[in-house]
Design a protein around this ligand. Structure first.
Ligand code: PHE
Ligand code: FE
Length: 296
């Protein structure tokens, strides 16, 4: 996910650093902006108990994430640092892949420092502070997930050398952004892209439309994804231990050797060998989908 160059950010953010970090400038948020956070927070918390995994809800509490105002990173980082040694840093928007991975590899999570406008509550293309902080940061308080994210950063730098970044990006998309987890109480959400979206928090668990398939690393790394609408397939893990064992603890070298010769699967494909929990009708994508399919 490359974004603008540093020079394009500089006019608006004169004190941007070479690693794209800018001051959060928390004092500059307006009441309207804090109000957007509060509205989104309330909307999600009406939905998420019983839908989000416990690790996410526990993380929100452990971090004392504010309900009614945009979090101040300095305050939140004190809690986060004590829990897992992670930090959240502000950036103006999308950053180059290598910068993103370098931060993750050093336990720094980059967050956009802006928030969506009150008339764009439901959909925006660029990740804002609500998505980045509410969606992503609570799980960084979980020790196993925290280690997974650091390992992913290191793995990203390695994937770039192997020219397999697209495959590794699919792993991020289908786990960190849109992952589901099967718990004794039922299917739960852990992906930040779902947790920060009212519509997808319902759709991902309740709709008959998408497939829900058990996590399978090589299969998932060959599967395209949509960035413009709800996912057509969700990949389900049993536990964060499983996710870590299947990814961080594995050497991707042999997989990277093979991948260039193998084709890609479509976002809706179901294969005979897949461990399928629900085979979707794809009704939503066929009829009500927001836009035509553009898959990466
Ligand atoms: N273990 C992977 C490798 O050898 C890196 C990785 C870690 C990938 C964690 C994803 C998540 O390249
Ligand atoms: Fe995200």
């Amino acid at each position: 996910m490359e974004g603008p160059s540093i020079d394009e950010y500089r006019p608006e953010h004169p004190d941007i650093r070479a690693d794209f970090i800018i001051p959060q400038a928390w004092e500059n948020y307006t009441d309207v902006e804090h109000g957007v956070w509060k509205t989104l927070y309330e909307r999600q918390m009406d939905l998420l108990p019983g839908r989000a995994c416990n690790e996410f809800l526990d993380g929100l509490k452990a971090l004392k994430m504010p309900e009614d105002k945009i979090p101040n990173f300095d305050e939140m980082n004190e809690h986060l640092m004590k829990l897992t040694g992670w930090q959240v840093v502000a950036v103006p928007g999308l950053v180059p892949d290598s910068i993103f991975f370098e931060h993750l590899a050093n336990r720094r999570f980059v967050s956009g420092n802006f928030i969506r406008k009150p008339d764009q509550l439901d959909y925006l293309q660029e990740p804002d502070i609500f998505h980045d902080v509410f969606g992503h940061v609570p799980l960084l308080a979980n020790p196993i997930f925290a280690d997974y994210m650091e390992a992913y950063g290191k793995g990203g730098l390695r994937a770039m050398e192997h020219h397999c970044l697209q495959n590794l990006s699919r792993l991020y998309w289908y786990t960190v952004e849109f992952g589901l987890i099967k718990t004794p109480e039922g299917m739960r959400i852990y992906g930040a892209g779902i947790l920060s979206s009212k519509g997808e928090s319902i759709f991902s668990l309740d709709s008959d439309s998408p497939n829900r398939i058990h996590f399978d690393l090589p299969r998932l790394m060959r599967t395209k994804y949509r960035i413009d609408d709800y996912q057509q397939t969700y990949w389900v893990i049993d536990s964060f231990e499983e996710l870590f064992a299947e990814t961080a603890a594995k050497d991707f070298g042999p997989i990277y050797e093979e991948l260039p010769d193998l084709g890609s699967y479509e976002p809706w494909d179901v294969l005979a060998k897949d461990k399928v929990y629900t085979q979707g009708t794809q009704e939503y994508a066929k009829s009500k989908g927001r836009m035509p399919v553009h898959a990466a």
